[in-house]
Design a protein around this ligand. Structure first.
Ligand SMILES: *[C@@H]1O[C@H](CO)[C@@H](O)[C@H](O)[C@H]1NC(C)=O
Ligand SMILES: *[C@@H]1O[C@H](CO)[C@@H](O)[C@H](O)[C@H]1NC(C)=O
Length: 451
């Protein structure tokens, strides 16, 4: 009999005993590696889960997890209604116990929105009356408020959000936090969490450099836009408070404790990373699974291929709802990998697009004397002949940009029709054909493998 922690993993349940042993040994070894070699630069798997062809649809198991996972969506009063709608009609529509926090108590899509600043407002106003003018205005029902002010207020929301999420669902094993421009692939979120002990301190996300420490080192934090996840263990360490002889709290709450630090910093996600670090919880950087790229901006290559997609940031609103629908229809037999999400974008089957740029990331320009710069046709031909070129953007003012990756990019209207993007479909299809994923690469935590 396999130990129960492994049988509770739906995708391992069907493994034969022999394979199970191999997997168990691998998990043990990889867990040891995981914790001894924290900053391994290259992509390594943390589990040797094989892509399976038999029926192993796990979605029903996971969707029964709703009390074990608390999902919290942070909204800003100055955000566009269209963006909020795309998130709540698409990404979070399927989350039954969604907890929505904002800088104003209201109702959105049937959810009571919790005013996450209410508790700290009296104290915070004393610290930064200017930044809290917006909050005051919102409470008065004033709606003529700029986005810049909303951004300044946003940093104050992170720590109260953490405390409120814990109060909302004190029995949760995992706390997932996202913003309205975060896309989460929930099936993969569940598959990821299923591999870890929630009572150990985990802080998962896309690593970003934050606070400078004495000696030049930096604290790494999870970039808020890509979403992040805290285990119950991490939450306990973060929100732990000393008590006196009657059991009363004798030190300030998390929000109060870091109020001045938040005030002095630009960003709440960075301060959260610092508070976690001070509490003894280090970031487990899981890029590229947690990703700050948008869907149309993903530069498909070895780094974005057999890795499961967990989050994306700032995707087009049409993609947010479109991808959610596409995902709902796909088989959940296997985790969604980058190599599959490429189908949604139809890369490998695209015609040229005018007023479009696919080279504003991972693009490179050949020397000025290269014949590639002569015309669109020359650019296409030179790209085809260049080993590292999969896509290109031609500027009719005679610049050919090669793109090292398979990348959709986006419309860029300069008004003069000078930009045209193209894709070497033949090479793209050949690359896909020769890069089948044997197994998902659940990357192990690293802070040197970064966005
Ligand atoms: C957002 O959704 C609400 C509720 O469904 C709707 O009333 C509103 O018109 C939508 N706004 C936009 C900009 O799409
Ligand atoms: C309030 O916050 C702003 C940044 O949003 C900062 O420039 C200013 O110094 C702060 N005011 C005080 C009194 O700390």
């Amino acid at each position: 009999m396999p130990p129960s922690f492994l049988t509770s993993r739906p995708y391992l349940r069907v493994l034969s005993v022999a394979r199970f042993k191999l997997v168990a040994i691998f998990l043990l070894v990889s867990t040891v590696l995981l914790f001894t070699s924290y900053s391994w630069g290259s992509i390594k798997t943390i589990a040797s889960e094989k892509l399976r062809l038999d029926d192993d649809d796990n979605s029903p198991d996971y969707w029964a997890w709703d009390t074990r996972i608390q999902v919290t969506l942070k909204v800003g009063a100055t955000e566009s209604a269209a963006r909020i709608n795309a998130s709540m009609d698409g990404v979070t529509a399927c989350i039954d116990n969604l907890f929505v926090v904002a800088d104003q108590a209201t109702e959105l899509h049937g959810h009571q929105v919790h005013d996450v600043l209410a508790d700290i407002a009296p104290f915070a106003k004393e610290i930064n009356a200017t930044d809290f003018q917006l909050y005051e205005a919102l409470q008065r029902g004033d709606s003529n408020i700029g986005g810049e002010a909303g951004w300044k207020l946003d940093r104050f929301k992170f720590l109260p959000m953490i405390e409120q999420a814990k109060k909302k669902n004190p029995v949760a094993e995992w706390f997932v936090f996202l913003e309205t421009d975060t896309y989460f692939v929930w099936d993969n979120v569940f598959r990821l969490l299923d591999q870890f002990d929630p009572y150990a301190p985990h802080y998962f996300g896309s690593p970003s450099p934050g606070f400078k420490l004495d000696g030049g080192n930096r604290v790494w934090f999870a970039y808020g836009g890509a979403g992040f996840i805290l285990s119950r263990g991490a939450m306990e360490m973060l929100t732990d408070r000393k008590i006196g002889k009657y059991g009363e709290y004798i030190d300030p709450s998390l929000s109060e404790k870091y109020m001045e630090v938040v005030n002095q910093d630009c960003c709440g996600d960075s301060v959260l990373g610092f508070a976690l670090w001070e509490a003894g919880v280090k970031l487990s950087g899981l890029w590229p699974m947690f990703n700050a790229h948008s869907l149309h901006g993903i530069p498909f290559d070895h780094v974005h291929w057999c890795q499961p997609v967990i989050s994306l940031h700032k995707s087009l609103l049409s993609d947010v709802t479109g991808l959610a629908k596409w995902e709902a229809q796909r088989s959940k037999k296997n985790p969604l990998l980058y190599s599959e999400i490429i189908d949604y974008l139809q890369l490998g089957h695209l015609e040229d697009r005018n007023e479009w740029d696919n080279g504003d990331f991972s693009g490179f320009i050949e020397p000025a004397q290269s014949p590639a710069h002569e015309s669109l046709a020359a650019c296409r031909k030179a790209c085809h002949e260049h080993k590292e070129c999969f896509s290109f953007t031609y500027d009719s003012k005679k610049t050919c940009v090669f793109v090292r990756t398979i990348r959709l990019g986006q419309a860029k209207k300069l008004g003069d029709g000078s930009l045209t993007a193209g894709w070497d479909n033949e090479k793209i299809l050949a690359w896909r054909e020769s890069h089948h994923c044997e197994a998902p690469l659940w990357v192990k935590p690293s802070i040197s493998r970064i966005f």
